[in-house]
Design a binder for this molecule. Structure first.
Ligand code: NDP
Length: 243
C-alpha cells in the first residue's frame, strides 16, 4: 500500500469523476487532501464525502485565485507535497463547427488553468526542494481524434507542460508527470453514444471502459515515493486502447 502519511495534497476539479476518485485514493494512503471546484458548496460537499481536509472554490482560469489558494493551502498546512492539476473541460465538435467561445473556454481551462496550477505549485514547493505534480493529459492529445481537434490540441499542450516543467524543476527536487487516460466513465464522457462506447470497448484489449479509480491509482503511484525517479513521463491509462 502506498504511504502518503504526513503529506499534503491539492487536487483541482476534485468535486467528481477522476478528481474525486484521486482525492479518495490520496486520503486512503494517509495524505491530508484539499480539493477545489468552481462552486464552494459543491466543493465542501465533495470534501466531506471523500474525507478531505477542505473543499474550496477555485476557477483555474483565474491565475491570481490559483496562486492565492495554493499559497493558502501551503501556509495553513505548513507544506505542500502533491498537486494534481485535474480540472478540465471537453467541448467536442467537427472542425467546421467549433465555436469561438468553445476555443477560449477550452484553452483557458485546460491549458492556461493547468499552467497556472503548475506555476503556483512550483512556487510553493521550491522552498522545500521537494514535491510531485501530476497533470491530466489524454490519449487523444498524443494520437488525435476526429471531432475532438480542439480538446485534443489542448491536451497535447497539457502533456507538454509536464515535459518542460519536469526539465525546469528537476534540480529543485520537484517531479512533474502527466497521465493520459483513454475513455473513462465520468460526466465528461456521459454523452457518448452507445455505438461509440461499444466501439471503444471493442478496440480496448482489456475489454471495458476505464473507471475513475483506474486513473486515481496511477496518479497515486506517480505522486508517491514509489515513483521517486520518475519525471517527465506521460503515462497511458487506457486498457491498451491505443495499441
Ligand atoms: P468531469 O467533467 O467529471 O469533472 C471535471 C472536474 O473539473 C470537475 O470537478 C469540475 O468541477 C472541474 N472543473 C471544470 N472546469 C473548471 C474550472 N474552470 N476551474 C476549476 N475546476 C473546474 O471530468 P473527468 O473527471 O472525466 O476529467 C478530469 C480530467 O481528466 C479532465 O482534465 C479531463 O480532460 C481529463 N480526462 C478525462 C478523460 C475521460 O475519459 N473522462 C479522458 C482523458 C482525460 P466543478 O464543475 O465542480 O467546478
Amino acid at each position: 500500500m502506498t504511504d502518503l502519511a504526513g503529506r499534503v495534497a491539492l487536487v483541482t476539479g476534485g468535486t467528481r469523476g477522476i478528481g474525486l476518485a484521486t482525492v479518495r485514493a490520496l486520503v486512503e494512503a494517509g495524505a491530508t487532501v484539499v480539493l477545489t471546484g468552481r462552486d464552494e458548496a459543491r466543493a465542501k460537499e465533495a470534501a466531506t464525502a471523500a474525507g478531505a481536509a477542505a473543499g474550496l472554490a477555485l476557477d483555474v482560469t483565474d491565475a491570481k485565485a490559483v496562486s492565492t489558494v495554493v499559497r493558502g493551502v501551503a501556509k495553513e498546512h505548513g507544506r505542500l507535497d502533491v498537486v494534481v492539476a485535474n480540472a478540465g473541460i471537453m467541448d467536442d465538435a467537427l472542425l467546421g463547427m467549433i465555436r469561438e467561445d468553445a476555443v477560449s473556454a477550452t484553452l483557458d481551462t485546460n491549458v492556461a488553468g493547468t499552467l497556472h496550477t503548475v506555476q503556483a505549485a512550483a512556487r510553493a514547493m521550491m522552498r522545500k526542494k521537494t514535491g510531485s505534480i501530476v497533470v491530466l493529459a489524454s490519449i487523444v492529445g498524443e494520437y488525435g481524434s476526429a471531432g475532438q481537434t480542439l480538446y485534443a490540441a489542448s491536451k497535447a499542450a497539457v502533456a507538454n507542460i509536464a515535459l518542460s516543467a519536469a526539465k525546469e524543476l528537476g534540480r529543485s527536487g520537484i517531479r512533474v508527470n502527466a497521465v493520459a487516460p483513454g475513455v473513462i466513465e465520468t460526466d465528461l464522457t456521459a454523452g457518448l453514444s452507445e455505438e461509440a462506447v461499444a466501439e471503444n470497448v471493442k478496440k480496448t484489449p482489456l475489454g471495458r471502459l476505464g473507471r475513475p479509480e483506474d486513473v486515481a491509482k496511477a496518479i497515486r503511484f506517480l505522486v508517491s515515493d514509489e515513483a521517486s525517479f520518475v519525471t517527465g513521463q506521460v503515462l497511458g491509462i487506457d486498457g491498451g486502447l491505443v495499441l
